[in-house]
Design a protein. Sequence first.
Length: 240
Amino acid sequence: MKRVTPILLLLPLLWLAGPVYAQGVMTPSGQGAWGKQVFFSGMAMNKQPYSTEPLAVVTLGFGIGNPKKNLGVEIAGNMPYYDVVTLDVKLHKYLGLGTSLAIGSNNLFTTGLNFDYDNYYAVLSHDFRHNFHQRNPFSRLALSLGLGQGRTFSTKWPKDLVRDKPDGGTRIFGAAAIRLGEHIRLEGEWTGVNLNSFLTFHRQFGRLPLGLHFGFADLTSYSGDRILFVVGLGAGYRFR
């Protein structure tokens, strides 16, 4: 049976989607893709929990609507294996003053899996700006706080239970991102079952934003059997 790491099926947008500074690598955020935007991201993990097998996931998606004027819809497909496809759907709204709200489902539809990986969540994100000059370090701080249910946010690995670890996750998840420089930010997040930390490098080339991140997942003993190394690449494009 295929092993699919649940947290890796939460692929991020590594680019800046809309007016709010995006955050969260393996957790959802209140931001999403706008109309006429398409995006790509790829992520690789050196090993999976309780396995020596690596894992790579590719995501393609697009946005519909304008979350500032009305409502935005983001639809994304993930491919962790050549014969496995999962679908994510998010509804998101920009509330103003740097705040966004989203509700969604990850892995709402799946093909090629004989078990259920769907997750449902609601999340609120806010961007704090005490200095609008983006070249200044620590000029922006972004926070997200959400509530989710399903395999990603509340279900442990079967071997976690054998090792007498807590039965389930917290269902509450959150993320924080702080700008270290013009193109660098440090991110930390609690997924509901473990703690992750990433360093993200991002750059805008006209209408083509690119992002690259390196980091570590499963930093605590709350779940899993080891700290995992993760690397990811993302890009987006907005048509006129």
